[in-house]
Design a protein around this ligand. Structure first.
Ligand SMILES: O=C(O)CCC(=O)C(=O)O
Length: 304
């Protein structure tokens, strides 16, 4: 449930806001200047080169299962805003924050950032899940901005979302009594045929609600599909016990404010919550967490 919105908007039309409320996502075509996209891609090339010689993922880079030290394959750049000025400046720019403010209000706090690389021919899938299952909050004005570094098409692993699922349940993301970061589509009553692929040219932005069911397939195409995800929330959404990517201290928490005013007064809304506990022993990234799941839809299909 969203907080009452101001009638004055910065960049989104009333129709775009209404569509986001109804469907749980919006795609804004060609919002990031071509030179910024080129700079982001140059940063990504630098990270891919930095993976040369690495034998295991670390706190900066998450490596594909097929990575070899002399054939580097990066799956994800972790917290890229802390590793790249280009990313940090884009995160704090109105290109990103103006549409976010139109959706969640003037005060916005950063949750996390990640650059999901999804390279041509092998880029890993991310299985079906709801971000809110990983980090439940006192209200659900939480979203993820996806900045497309490449043209995203039918075949190169577009983000797939279930329109309207952000208004339904938080589904069971546990497996064998442990949080596994993925859900069973069938058991949740969802049919993959109803998923919508978010396709758009490089430089476009997608915004998806934290409760929307989403995932993405292996990139089997000859074209890369990099998407930089910037995840944030209304400043008055406070984490519920058990979030996997929490702040280290209240100072750290407040330092995450991207715009507006901090608050010590959580807004409590009747949102569905499941606590993502107990946590699995493999916690390096969503890719590792989801490996614990008994039934793994997109990853299982990729392995066939
Ligand atoms: O990269 C993708 O397509 C999926 C992103 C996602 O849902 C995640 O990383 O949590």
């Amino acid at each position: 449930m969203a907080a009452p919105r101001s009638t004055s908007r910065e960049v989104l039309s009333a129709e775009e806001v209404a569509s986001y409320d109804e469907n749980g996502y919006v795609v804004l075509e060609r919002r990031v200047p071509a030179e910024t996209v080129a700079a982001l891609k140059a940063e990504l090339a630098r990270f891919q080169e930095a993976a040369r010689g690495m034998t295991a993922s670390d706190d900066k880079l998450d490596l594909e299962d097929s990575h070899k030290p002399d054939e580097p394959r990066v799956r994800r750049v972790k917290l890229p805003h802390t590793q790249s000025t280009v990313v940090n400046e884009l995160l704090r720019s109105d290109i990103v924050l103006a549409p976010v403010r139109d959706l969640v209000g003037p005060s916005v706090r950063l949750h996390t950032t990640k650059l999901n690389v999804k390279s041509a021919r092998y880029g890993a899938p991310v299985d079906w899940h709801q971000d809110f299952a990983f980090y439940p909050h006192t209200n659900d004005d939480l979203l993820a901005v996806g900045v497309m570094l490449d043209d995203v098409d039918e075949q190169n692993g577009p983000l797939m979302v279930f329109p309207g699922s952000h208004r339904a349940a938080i589904y069971d993301h546990h497996s064998g009594g442990v949080f596994a970061g993925t859900m069973d589509l069938e058991a949740s009553g969802l049919d993959m045929a109803d998923a919508v692929k978010l396709k758009a040219p490089a430089g476009s932005i997608s915004i998806h609600h934290a409760r929307i069911v989403h995932g993405s397939d292996t990139n089997r195409s000859p074209r890369d599909r990099g998407v930089l995800f910037l995840e944030m929330m209304a400043a008055d959404a406070f984490p519920v016990l058990g979030s996997m990517t929490g702040a280290l201290s209240f100072e750290d928490y407040d330092a995450r404010l991207l715009c507006g005013e901090p608050t010590t007064r959580p807004r409590l809304e009747p949102v569905p919550v499941r606590v993502p506990q107990p946590q699995p022993s493999t916690r390096g990234s969503i890719y590792e967490v989801q490996k614990a799941a008994a039934k793994r839809g997109l990853a299982a299909a990729a392995a066939e």
